[in-house]
Design a protein around this ligand. Sequence first.
Ligand code: PLP
Length: 457
Amino acid sequence: MLTNDTLAQWDRENFFHPSTHLAQHARGETQTRVIKTASGVYIEDRDGTKMLDAFAGLYCVNVGYGRQEIAEAIADQARELAYYHSYVGHGTEASITLSKMILDRAPANMSKVYFGQSGSDANETNIKLIWYYNNILGRPEKKKIISRWRGYHGSGLMTGSLTGLELFHNKFDLPLSQVIHTEAPYFFRRDDLDQSEAEFVAHCVAKLEAQIEEEGADTIAAFIGEPVLGTGGLVPPPTGYWAAIQAVLNKHDILLIADEVVTGFGRLGTMFGSEHYGMEPDIITIAKGLTSAYAPLSGSIISEKMWKVLEQGTDENGAIGHGWTYSAHPIGAAAGVANLKLIDDLNLIENAGTVGAYLQQSLREALSAHPNVGDVRGEGMLCAVEFVKDKDSRTYFDASDKVGPTISATLLAQDKVIARAMPQGDILGFAPPFCLTREEADTVVAATLRAVTTVLG
Ligand code: PLP
């Protein structure tokens, strides 16, 4: 068996890790962590250290680790047919069944699902389809996309542009010129602390209206947003936000993409976040929870309204010029079918709602009184603790103090609990598998309190 030292050396010499400080890692200043196995909410490294993964990987292993039903479905599919493409009308029992299962769960106005491999490529597909749609409708000027600061939609050329986090733009010559960013619906971080929630929503809407006015509604194709801001801070929208935004979009004939890569298939305690907040999307992006990350698979769920125009486009222009080799990959599709069945069979969405609420309430009770805890928030099995330097004046720590990352590292070192230091701001994120029990939630909360006290006193 290879030693850990050998693996660490090979890792430094050969492996280009995403979202990593490349120079520090190559110099051996950051740790190589080799994960070996996992079960339920626990992952285990090569040394046998067990860690409670309260972020479900990258909020994707929704059904929990080690599910044999999904492993078997993948193995059976690989034995029977590991691959065939889905171009020109080809499919497999798994891909066709999964399409139906997704549409059965999606809002009523949805019509078809296009499959990709990642959330990023699904959002790339969405923008291409929207451009195609407006060209077919004879509106070649209507192409710009509005996204929100702090939104996260991937890290491709277009999707990295849609992402509203500077780290994903800097030195990459992004964002592309077709993308406009608008106000994040981040009530806690509003500029004017005297604003009520309703006033803040009105401010976000006014900002959006002004941007549409300035650009011209006939140049704006779509608005993209996560029902709950994810990587940008795990921020549920203020009350009434989506209804007010939806009204503006309807008025200006601007399509809505609900990016449900995180929220789709139960994370908020409901099947989709769109229905949770009364959004009326024209496209829904899905990925992570579609297979619980047992295999890479994503999708774009397209509304009937868009689908009709896509059909018209192919009647006029021939086959749609869009496709990936791995669209609807049979192994991903088999994983998706088994995963969605498991979610139903084990009632996991309900558990995400109830245990998620318990986790959030317990975090609030344990931490709210701490002088540096500014906010405890969340929805379903998704919550966050935000740290501030001073509560009354709402001042924040300097990013260079690394308060969030230090608390996350301390939590892992002391109690072997994984919570994610979100990339912008001192925000500790929790998004455990939906099968989390109340006892496991208690473990997470006690460990978090200990880590916060160790770091901040
Ligand atoms: N959209 C959202 C809301 C996400 O959270 C993510 C990833 O975290 C993506 C898109 C991109 O997905 P992927 O990393 O699979 O490309």
